[in-house]
Every structure is written in structure tokens, then in C-alpha cells.
Design a binder for this molecule. Structure first.
Ligand code: GUN
Length: 291
């Protein structure tokens, strides 16, 4: 029987644990605060930001949201960032990507106080992660690690093939999984759009992580019998539904599930974990700042 990994259930357990830590901090006068910044009005980004704010409310984190007009000059976004850096009630914040074309996202990330960078995107935090001294593990890779742990998948010595080399998922996840101790001790292969014979690399893996943003790129023929499949992809594809689209992953679920021992669905797999780990990082930021 293939196990369908229930990201909602694992995320819910993590949120329950966080709620307790949050009330302890609040009793000490330090309720954790998370701010979201959205420049422009991209509908998917609005949905994500709304969900993050709802998550905050559910666990007792003080959520605030800052909207910046999509046509505003970069300085207006920088001013919002400077205000959040200076606000002691905001322990962590993020600037939702994508930003409008006239904004340099790398410049935005560099301006965020690394101690409040709960996405873990600031070069200082990236460097610390690569050095094996992570302050904030980026939310999606950390969520993938927690899902594997909750599914009792042993990464020790395992062959992991990650499809996708993004700054947000592929690269940080590879860096975490190759590290010692609790982080993985795995042997990691990173594949991307120029990889020769992708199927050969996925087929030899004990664990396949798809994070490439191509709908249903990975099918059952590319999965070894008994492998674990983690699908990070969230792709909107046109469909005859009320909204006019449906969400599909980077994995063709039906055929991959026939081969896998365990697999994440989309939605309801990695997505809720990403959001839970953002809350986790916010609590960690508050704990570090209030020490
Ligand atoms: N857009 C899509 N994913 C993310 C994320 O993890 N963080 C931010 N800030 N924006 C995103």
C-alpha cells in the first residue's frame, strides 16, 4: 500500500506545538510578531499572504500586513522595510515574491535585517546554512525535512534526487540533506533543465523531490519501486472548474503513486508544511530577539 503523506496533519501537529511556545513568550511580554509585505496585486500572492495571516491568527502570532502600490518607486518598498527592521514588535517578516519588474528582489532581500529574515533568503542566512550553522532554515526545505521525519523516512545514507535548483527550494534543501547529524546524511543529486537523462537520475533515487515548476514532469516510469516521492510543485493549469484552473504538482500523481512507497499529494502535501515552518521561524526569531 502506498502511503499518502498528509501534510495538513503534520503541519497541524507543528502548529499545536508552536501555540504552546507562543503563549509562553506572550506571558513573558513578548508575543511573536510576523509581518507580510506585498507589492502589487498579484492574485496568487494575495492568496498566499492571506493564508499566512490566517495562520498567525490561529496560533496566536501578532500578524500585520503592509501593502505597497505596484507602481511605487523602490524607495517606498525600502521605507517599509526600514520601518519593519526598526519595529521591536515585528520579530520576523517577508516580502512576498514575485515583486514588480522594476524592483530588484536581491536588493530587497539584502535590506532585510537578517535576524528578522524568516524566509531565510538573506545572504548572511544562506551563508550560515551552507556553513552548517543555520539560523533560519528556509520554510519549504525545512517542511520537506519535517515531512520525511514524520513519515519515518530515514535519509541516512539514502540517495536523494532533487529536481530543481532554485534558491528557495532545491539548493537549500540539498545543502541541508547532505549535512550531518539531524539534517540528513544523504547523498544528494541536483537535477535541472539541462540535466542529461533525468529519468536515470530519478530512477536510482530512494527519495525523489520534485521542485521544478513544470506540471507533471515526473511520472511513474521515472520512479523506482518503493521510492518516496515529495512533490513541491504547485502549478495552476487551466481546467473546467469554478475558478477556471486547478492545482497540479510536478509529479503525475496516479502513475507515481503506483510505484512509490509514500508520496505527497498536491494540494495537501508540502504546501501546509511551508506555512507551518514560517510560523516556526517566527517563533525562533522572537525567542532569539527576546533573549
Ligand atoms: N513566493 C513564493 N514562495 C515564496 C516564499 O517562500 N517567500 C516569499 N517571500 N515569497 C514567495
Amino acid at each position: 500500500m502506498t502511503e499518502i503523506i498528509d501534510g495538513n496533519a503534520v503541519a497541524s501537529e507543528i502548529r499545536d506545538g508552536l501555540s504552546e511556545a507562543i503563549e509562553t513568550l506572550a506571558d513573558e511580554g513578548a508575543r511573536p510578531g510576523l509581518a507580510t509585505v506585498l507589492m502589487g496585486d498579484d492574485p496568487a500572492s494575495q492568496t498566499y499572504v492571506n493564508m499566512k495571516q490566517r495562520d498567525c491568527e490561529e496560533v496566536g502570532i501578532e500578524g500585520t500586513h503592509v501593502d505597497v502600490d505596484g507602481d511605487a518607486p523602490a524607495e517606498e518598498l525600502y521605507d517599509a522595510i526600514d520601518d519593519l527592521n526598526a519595529d521591536p514588535a515585528v520579530h520576523g517578516y517577508l516580502v512576498q515574491a514575485p515583486v514588480p519588474d522594476h524592483i530588484d528582489y536581491r536588493e530587497v532581500i539584502r535590506r532585510i535585517d537578517p535576524a528578522k529574515d524568516v524566509d531565510g533568503f538573506h545572504p548572511e542566512n544562506v551563508g550560515r546554512l551552507v556553513a552548517g550553522d543555520a539560523r533560519f532554515r528556509p520554510c519549504t526545505p525545512h517542511g520537506v525535512q519535517k515531512l520525511l521525519e514524520a513519515t519515518a523516512v530515514d535519509t541516512e545514507g539514502a540517495d536523494v534526487t532533487i529536481v530543481g535548483r532554485s534558491r528557495i527550494v532545491g539548493k537549500p534543501l540539498a545543502n541541508l540533506l547532505i549535512q550531518k547529524a539531524d539534517d540528513g546524511n544523504a547523498t544528494v543529486t541536483i537535477c535541472h533543465s539541462r540535466t542529461d537523462d533525468l529519468a536515470a537520475k530519478t530512477r536510482r533515487a530512494d527519495i525523489v523531490v520534485a521542485a521544478v515548476g513544470v506540471p507533471e514532469l515526473i511520472d511513474g516510469s521515472m520512479i523506482d519501486d518503493g521510492a518516496v516521492v515529495i512533490d513541491v510543485g504547485v502549478n495552476r493549469v487551466e481546467a473546467d472548474t469554478e475558478k477556471g484552473y486547478e492545482l497540479v504538482g510536478d509529479v503525475e500523481f496516479e502513475s507515481a503513486a503506483e510505484k512509490a512507497s509514500a508520496i505527497t499529494p498536491v494540494p495537501g502535501g508540502v504546501g501546509p508544511m511551508t506555512r507551518a515552518m514560517l510560523l516556526y521561524n517566527t517563533v525562533k526569531a522572537a525567542s532569539l530577539q527576546e533573549q
